[in-house]
Design a protein around this ligand. Structure first.
Ligand SMILES: Cc1ncc(COP(=O)(O)O)c(C=O)c1O
Length: 516
């Protein structure tokens, strides 16, 4: 190996260290300049690429590097090596599995792969950090977005940590009820944030005492006719246009189907007030998976200003503001994760600046996080079953998109660790695939990894949210088991794997299979 690392910097044996350091400083200021010009994304991808190949790939001569899917540029060996050690700071480049190869070997004796596994300690520690970061707000409550990870064992952990639940469907409401979130002593245990809502869901949500979050102005009348208007209600806001932080477009609410315009929410408040509503809330979800500490404070400013305006215009008694989900996680090893303490403090400052002077210093802050609460604390473990060599190198696993749909659906990056080979050079380029008859059934494309042997366990990171829950049954494939790594190191099954009988269970109304 000609490269070695000291502190945060990579060096090359043949290049003097002083040269590397001064060049690093130069390149960093160059990158800082470009980041101002929104070249940050490019920088990140360059670094991501470098990290992916862990700088130790042997044949650098011409590696293709697809830049944001909009073109391909070639990095010759010289530029590649230069970028890699000049950029220097790879302190966040490592992603560590929370189970070892030995542990996985032991687990798989009882629970065959593939399986999703979750880390109780990580979930609890993170939930406590979130709570603490917002402890300045007396009424703060996190309503975990059930859709992210609808497993009652995991939700129960969050319940013990003081969280409520955010439900989006009848089934989620039913589960919340069965888990005791609607109990009298669980004051305000359920938020119901749905859209295109069927009448029976409103009726059920109201019966459970859930806080109903109205997605549309027309739902005021719909709710009145179906379930009746409760004394406390929330309305979802959509400011339209682009949601930007500085000059960066985070998302495009103007293209999203959710929420009401400012005129509509104002009118809805007036109408609801006339119909007897005593307490109001505001909700908005304007950008997803944001890996920046600025998202919540920026959103909060917009919602706090709106709250003050609504109070003034309608006289409504606004008692809570729900910042919803959207705080992201660093799926890529080069990404710097969000800092929830900075985020909480950022929201506090805006609260002091906007709400307190408006005489609204007692408004409770709610969140509805999913990904941030669970994402990093879940992993999909799968075994390499086949190696195929055609125009590319393929590794076929026993998991497929049915177990984790994000890469197939959004082209999302999920980091992969070949367990037991963490220290080996990433000098093989693979497509890591499942067995579906779908060419997008790939967990990774052109990924530089250590040599994979059949039987190796692949640990797919950050599947704890919107992972298992997005599963489906295409090709008659079955959903895997879910396991929990307890704080004491024990592994507990928290959902069994589906069986063929489960798959066929919806034919139990007839004897179609008995005829054969
Ligand atoms: C209404 C609502 N709240 C909260 C969430 C959770 O979002 P995230 O997992 O990005 O935090 C979602 C996700 O789709 C959502 O639709």
């Amino acid at each position: 190996m000609t490269l070695y690392k000291k502190g945060k910097i990579w060096y090359h044996k043949k290049v003097p260290r002083t040269l590397v350091l001064s060049a690093a400083a130069l390149v960093n200021s160059f990158f800082e300049f470009y980041s101002l010009c929104e070249f940050l994304v490019v920088r990140r991808y360059v670094v991501a690429f470098v990290i992916e190949s862990k700088i130790c790939a042997k044949n650098f001569s011409t590696l293709n590097f697809s830049l944001f899917g909009c073109g391909t540029c070639k990095f010759g060996r010289a530029e590649f090596v230069l970028i890699s050690f000049l950029r220097g700071d790879f302190s966040t480049m490592e992603k560590k599995p929370f189970v070892t190869l030995e542990k996985v070997r032991e687990i798989s004796k009882t629970f065959p792969t593939p399986f999703h596994i979750y880390d109780e300690r990580g979930i609890r520690e993170n939930a406590r950090r979130v709570k603490k970061a917002f402890s300045w707000n007396k009424g703060f409550k996190e309503y975990f977005a059930v859709k992210a990870t609808p497993n009652p064992f995991l939700i129960d952990i969050l319940k013990q940590e003081g969280c409520g639940v955010d439900c989006s469907s009848m089934t989620e409401l039913y589960m919340a009820d069965r888990m005791g979130f609607s109990a009298k002593d669980m004051k305000d245990g359920i938020m119901f944030s749905s859209n295109a809502t069927p009448a029976e869901e409103f009726v059920y949500a109201k019966k459970l005492g859930a806080i109903i979050n109205l997605d549309d102005f027309t739902h005021v009348e719909f709710l009145e006719k179906t379930a009746g208007i409760p004394e406390r209600i929330c309305c979802r806001y959509n400011p339209g246009g682009n949601f930007t932080i500085s000059t960066t477009i985070m998302d495009k609410p103007g293209d999203a189907k959710y929420g009401m315009t400012k005129e509509q929410i104002t009118e809805a408040y007036r109408l609801l007030k006339d119909k007897g509503v005593k307490e109001f809330g505001i909700h908005a979800f304007l950008a997803s998976n944001t890996v920046t500490n600025e998202y919540y404070p920026t959103l909060a400013r917009e919602l706090f200003k709106l709250a003050a305006e609504l109070k003034e215009k309608t006289g409504a008694n606004i008692t809570f503001i729900n910042l919803s989900g959207g705080i992201g996680i660093p799926y890529r090893p080069d990404q710097e994760g969000n800092n929830i303490e900075i985020i909480g403090e950022g929201v506090r400052k805006v609260y002091e600046e906007v709400l307190v002077p408006a005489g609204m210093g007692d408004v409770a802050i709610y969140t509805e996080l999913g990904r941030f609460m669970m994402g990093p604390y879940g992993a999909l473990v799968t075994k390499a079953l086949h190696a195929k060599h055609i125009y590319k190198e393929y590794i076929g696993c026993d998991a497929c998109a049915v177990n984790l749909m994000r890469p197939a659906m959004y082209g999302s990056y999920h980091h992969i660790t070949v367990l037991g080979k963490e220290k080996e050079p990433c000098d093989h380029k693979y497509d890591i695939t499942g067995s579906l008859c779908e060419n997008n059934d790939k967990f990774a494309i052109d990924r530089m990894l250590p040599r994979i042997d059949l039987g190796d366990y692949l640990y797919i990171h950050d599947t704890g949210a919107h992972g298992f829950s997005m599963g489906y049954n295409y090709n008659g494939k079955l959903r895997s088991a879910e396991l929990l790594l307890r704080e004491d190191g024990e592994v507990q099954m928290i959902r069994r794997a589906e069986t063929i009988e489960d798959y066929l269970a919806t034919f139990d109304f007839c004897d179609i299979f008995k005829k054969q």
